[in-house]
Design a protein around this ligand. Structure first.
Ligand SMILES: Cc1cc2nc3c(=O)[nH]c(=O)nc-3n(C[C@H](O)[C@H](O)[C@H](O)COP(=O)(O)OP(=O)(O)OC[C@H]3O[C@@H](n4cnc5c(N)ncnc54)[C@H](O)[C@@H]3O)c2cc1C
Length: 366
């Protein structure tokens, strides 16, 4: 086992929480700092599809993390449920993509990656999803795509951390800068005073770039606003996820249906807008006409940690000994979290990494 160190983690989204869980489970002492309550930002706001929306459009770097995570999610959920009694509800529903422009690329990718994605007759899609709108001509389907109920995932991760004696969580603790000595980072300045550690991990989602600026580093992570709406239907109303023109509907087990999402560059503003509400309702009704009669029971926005090509930064920061990044997961932080946090712990603890860490290394990218 690696020598025990004190690790300070900045940010209590899915990435910070799961990083804390992996490090503490491997015997490290962890202090997690969150400026509000854990898991209230992007990790709460997201849809929780356990796949990139269009997996064939991503680089092999994103695909490698996604595949490892997809295989691992059921075990993670089972483990958290057993430990805490809170079920993250990994719900394997399958996903229909409708009227894609790049269907041929999708099918070629699936053959190459050996994923169970195939073209289906549109009438078969209607048989499987009777509430599907009639305006679609073509469909492809992947049976093993799941969604995770992300607010519950966060809750169960927080509960699991509270059972580990080596973990301290400080909520309402805002990090404002780093404590440095020469080339070494020794801790952080916070609203509760200085907190020191052997290692500091930046997992502050969309805010990670802002924090690194104080060290004179330009990390290209920027907020990308996404709005989402929620319906509540009967639990058997929609059995599969469906996606067309960048908009999707996700059924939870209890009949809640999430419809998302917008992609907006509005800085750190996350106010839900009436124009997005109308646009999301129109997409919902195009996908599933019966939703015109359903009430919208929720509408919110979150800030994705946007990064070039959606490739996260995972690893040590060159020239800043003791400082590490696990951030920039853009549209895929929920699906990529298990692999990203496992890879992160492998690197910090000097273990054999689960996948080649080179594409995610901060060195040369900031
Ligand atoms: C509408 C929408 C839909 C999405 N759908 C999906 C999907 O279907 N599948 C998928 O995989 N991903 C999805 N995502 C993306 C996913 O939600 C994110 O990539 C992921 O949650 C990022 O996690 P994180 O922990 O890095 O960031 P966050 O969850 O934002 O956590 C960062 C935390 O750091 C804290 N923090 C920031 N600055 C400081 C500071 N100075 N001091 C202390 N704490 C600080 C914040 O308060 C926050 O809690 C979606 C996102 C949105 C907005």
């Amino acid at each position: 086992m690696a020598k025990q160190q004190q690790v300070v983690i900045v940010g209590g989204g899915v990435i910070g929480l799961l990083t804390a869980f992996n490090l503490a489970s491997a015997g490290q002492q962890v202090v997690l700092l969150e400026r509000s309550n854990v898991g209230q930002e992007s990790s709460w706001a997201g849809g929780g599809i356990v796949s990139p929306l269009y997996p064939w459009r991503y680089s092999p770097a994103v695909t490698a993390l996604a595949h490892w995570s997809q295989d691992f999610y059921p075990q993670l959920a089972e483990h958290l449920y057993t430990a805490t009694g809170i079920d993250p509800e990994v719900h394997t529903t399958g996903l229909y993509w409708l009227d894609l422009d790049d269907e041929a690329e999708a099918l070629a990718w699936a053959r190459r990656e050996q994923r169970p994605l195939s073209a289906v007759d549109i009438s078969a899609a209607h048989d499987a999803v009777p509430v599907l709108g009639s305006g679609f001509a073509r469909a492809i389907y992947m049976a093993d795509v799941a969604n995770v109920r992300n607010p519950r995932l966060i809750k169960s991760l927080k509960a699991a951390l509270s059972l580990l004696p080596a973990v301290t969580i400080h909520e309402h603790c805002e990090v404002s800068g780093f404590i440095r000595e020469g080339e070494r980072v020794l801790g952080v300045q916070t609203s509760l005073g200085e907190i020191r550690g052997d290692q500091v991990v930046l997992a502050a989602g969309a805010w990670s770039g802002e924090l690194l600026q104080s060290l004179g580093l330009a990390l290209p992570v920027e907020p990308v606003k996404g709005q989402m709406i929620l319906y509540k239907c009967a639990s058997d109303f929609l059995s599969c996820m469906v996606l067309a023109k960048g908009r999707y509907a996700i059924p939870r087990r209890d009949g809640h249906i999430l419809v998302g999402s917008t992609l907006e560059h509005e800085g750190f503003d996350k106010t839900p807008t009436s124009s997005a509400l109308e646009s999301l309702k129109a997409s919902a009704v195009e996908l599933i006409p019966a939703l015109a009669q359903a009430e919208v029971v929720g509408h919110w926005a979150g800030l994705r940690p946007g990064s070039p090509e959606g490739i996260p930064y995972i690893g040590p920061v060159p020239g800043q000994a003791g400082l590490w990044l696990n951030c920039g997961h853009y549209r895929n932080g929920l699906v990529l979290a298990p692999a990203s946090c496992q890879l992160f712990a492998d690197l910090m603890l000097g273990r054999e990494p689960i996948i080649d860490p080179a594409p995610y290394a901060p060195a040369g990218r900031i």
